[in-house]
Structure formats: C-alpha cells, structure tokens
Design a protein around this ligand. Structure first.
Ligand code: ADP
Ligand code: ASP
Ligand code: MG
Length: 423
C-alpha cells in the first residue's frame, strides 16, 4: 500500500460533473489499496472572481501587506468549496472522506501574504487519516501564516500544496490532473505540432515553469526536485479506467533519450520599462530595483546600455503587464532620487524561451535561435540566458509565429520525432 497525492486543477473541478469525474480517478487509487490525499483548486474562474472582488473592495489599506492579509482570507475560500464538494461526492459513493483546510493540517507559511512560501507541514494528522483508510481532500493554494491568519501561495499555488504534501508524507508519487494530458514541447494551445514529452527532468521543468509554462507552478517543481518526489502530469479528461501515460518529471539520469532542446515556452504577460539617462555610478541600479522590490513588483530581464550622454546609462527591465502601471508610478515618485531623465514602457512585448539540458554540452543552440528569428524578420529587443535556457524579448504580435518557427527549427514538431535535433 503506497501513499499517493493527487491534485485536481480548476478545470478539473469546474462543476459537479467534473468533480464526479475527479472522484472516479480517486476511487481507482483507493480501490487499488493506496492511502490517498487529494488536493483541489477552486473551480475554474473562481479565484479570478475573488481577486476582482477584493480589488473592488479597495481602496488599499495604507500598509500594502495588511491589505494582502484580507486578500488571502477572501481568495482562499474558492478551494474550501471544492474540497467540501469532492469529500461529499466521495462520501456519497460510499467512501470515507473528509475535507481539510490548510490551517487544519497545519500547513504553515511565512508572512508574505498573497505569495507565501511553505515553511513547515505537520504531516502527523494527515498521514494517520489516510493510512486509516480515510480519503483526505485538502484545499490547495492556502495555509496558515506565522501571524495565525490564512495565507495563499500565489497563483497556481495548488500545485505547490500538492507536491509539498507529497514530500511531507513521503508519497510514492504526486499526480497532477489537469486539462492537458502531459507536459508538451510547447503550449499545445499554440500549435497542433506540439508533442507530449514522456519524461522531463526536474531542471528543465523548473526552467519551463519559471519562464511561463503555467502547467506547473515553479515552486512546486523546486520542492519536487529538492525532495526527489516523482511527479506526473495527467489529464482528468481521460477515461478514469484508461488514463494516458502523461508526463513524468524525474531525475535527468532516469531519462534515456535526451534532446538538446526540450521545449519552447512563450510568456505573453511581459511588459518592458526603459529608464533613460541614469547617472552611471555605483548605487543607482540598487535604488531602482530596491524600490521596486519594496512594492513587490517582479522584475525579469535587466539590461544596461550606453546612453547618448556621457556619464549616463540606460536601464531596461521587464515586469508583468499587471505590475507595469505600479512600476511606472513607483519610479516616477523616485525620479529625483534615482536621477533619470524619462521613462518609456511597452506592453506589446513577449518573452520566448528555449529550454534544454543539452545546451550544457552542445554549442550552437543560441545561433539557431537567433538565425531562425532573423530569417522570419523578427527583431530581438532583449536577451537573457541561464545554463539550460535562452530567452528573447520580442514584439508580442510575432510571438506565436516565433514559437512555431523555433519549434520546427529544433526538430520538435510532431512529424520530426525521429529526426536528430542537431542535424
Ligand atoms: P490547472 O487549472 O489544472 O492548474 P493550468 O491552466 O494552471 O491548469 O495549467 C494547464 C495549462 O497549461 C494547459 O491548459 C496549457 O494551455 C498550459 N501550458 C502552457 N505550457 C504548456 C506545456 N508546455 N505543456 C502543457 N501545457 C502547457
Ligand atoms: N485557485 C488558485 C489559482 O487560480 C490556485 C490554483 O488553482 O492552483 O491560482
Ligand atoms: Mg495551475
């Protein structure tokens, strides 16, 4: 008998019919003799609705963090509903099941309301319950912060709840049920030529998630990697008695066929800001980015370029479209302190990333990327790299086209399965 954690995302619990379908997958594991904890998201669209309501209820309290405490109390409710509903459905099927909220586990987090990180999970009660034959249906996305208030883990956080619980109870695996039947070589909504990847390494999945493949929250992959928890991505739309193989996220050593490039990931939520003519001296970048961090504005690609005027430099960075307005306001308030001349911004940008472990050992991946974009007449505004990733910032109108061109260029298209991507 193994301990298993299963997670169902928003579209997989979107209504009672979908909740019944999820229950069928849960039954299968329980009937096979496993101890099962199930983590659920809110019904699809519900968290967005709650976020909008909390924004409408403004104006924000003077201390930004105080506002996020109540924000969490509001947005965490979506998961409470689905946990109760799935427990009820399972009970009506004749199973012993109960719902659990984050604080009841307890799943403890730090004080960063709205995007809290898990600090500790006391698995005693949960492990006893599931080993005693009761199905535990746990609210994803939420926990209890050190201030004894409800906290949430950031958008997509139910993935993280599931993997963290799996690690805590030493689960044999964590199965993430969603609306696609695995992790693909690019978002399958963008091209029919995208291919399901049978096995992907933690490292590659981590990069994919962090550059915008929303199929898994980044933090969930970090935890899976740290605790060596096997994770599978599966479709809740498959027949419960004959589910597809999905994608297994595992150690690099467990993957026989390693491609140079594993996936292409677009991110359409980027916006760029250019801070013109900042004095070129120590401390100026710190002023810009410290203030933005204090406002909890996420920053991504940062570039420094020469300014036309002697002794000045231009700083460009990207942030999310959502944070753009606040970033501009914050910088304008600090204009004198930072000492820039003016700001430019652009919402019409997207980031496209190429990810693959093979980049560590194969040269030329960047060359193929840049040449492919050049051949298509696409201008690169910004570049950033890691050991296994290259990202470019381009005009968002060209992003889908770029993804398809790169997908083909690296031999990832469906019909090219057998070909060597390096050829
Ligand atoms: P859930 O509500 O189940 O958590 P999400 O919407 O958060 O589901 O994540 C699933 C979505 O991720 C898919 O519908 C798909 O459009 C998107 N996605 C983006 N990149 C990829 C990828 N490389 N492989 C699979 N899905 C991807
Ligand atoms: N319901 C939350 C969200 O929509 C958490 C999740 O679904 O993972 O972001
Ligand atoms: Mg998700």
């Amino acid at each position: 008998m193994a301990r298993i954690v299963m997670k169902f995302g928003g579209t997989s619990v979107a209504d009672i019919e979908r909740i019944r379908a999820a229950a069928a997958f849960v039954r299968r594991e329980v009937d096979a003799g496993n101890s099962v904890a199930v983590v659920v998201s809110a019904m699809s669209g519900e968290t967005n609705r709650l976020v909008e309501l909390s924004e409408e209820a403004g104006p924000p309290a003077p201390a930004l963090d105080a506002r996020f405490v109540e924000f969490d109390a509001i947005v965490a409710t979506g998961e409470q509903v689905t946990a109760g509903l799935l427990a009820l459905v399972l009970q009506n099927l004749g199973y012993r099941a109960r719902s659990w909220q984050g604080w009841q586990i307890p799943l403890k987090t730090d004080l960063q309301h709205g995007r809290a990180r898990i600090t500790d999970i006391d698995d005693t009660n949960l492990a006893d319950a599931i080993d005693g034959g009761e199905i535990a249906v746990v609210t994803g996305f939420q926990g209890i912060a050190d201030d004894d208030r409800i906290s949430t883990l950031g958008r997509g956080g139910s993935d993280t709840s599931a993997v963290a619980l799996a690690a805590a109870v030493g689960a044999a695996r964590c199965d993430i049920y969603t609306d696609v039947d695995g992790v693909y070589t690019t978002d399958p909504r963008l091209t029919k030529l995208a291919r399901r990847i049978a096995k992907v390494s933690y490292e590659e999945m981590l990069e994919m998630a962090s550059v915008g493949a929303k199929v898994l929250q980044t933090r969930s992959v970090e935890i899976a990697m740290a605790y060596n928890t096997p994770v599978r991505v599966l479709s809740s739309f498959d027949p419960p008695d004959a589910p597809g193989p999905g994608t297994t996220i595992c150690n690099e050593d467990d993957i026989v066929e390693q491609k140079t490039v594993a996936a292409i990931t677009p991110d359409f939520n980027e916006a760029s800001v250019t801070v013109l003519a900042v004095p070129d001296e120590p401390g100026r970048a710190a002023r810009i980015f410290t203030r933005l961090a204090e406002e909890r504005i996420n920053i991504d690609m940062i570039v420094r370029s020469a300014s036309r005027e002697q002794g000045f430099a231009t700083r460009s960075f990207t942030t999310t479209e959502k944070d753009l307005e606040r970033a501009i306001e914050t910088l304008n308030e600090e204009k004198k302190v930072i000492g820039f001349s003016s700001l430019q911004s652009d919402r019409n940008v997207a980031k496209v990333s190429v990810i693959g472990l093979g980049m560590k050992s194969h040269a030329g991946v960047a060359g193929i990327m840049f040449q492919t974009l050049a051949d298509k007449g696409i201008n690169i505004q910004n570049i950033s790299t890691s050991e296994i990733k290259i990202s470019v910032l381009i005009n968002s109108d060209a992003a889908e086209y770029a993804v398809r061109a790169l997908h083909d260029a690296y031999g990832l298209d469906r019909q090219a399965v057998a070909s060597d991507p390096k050829a």
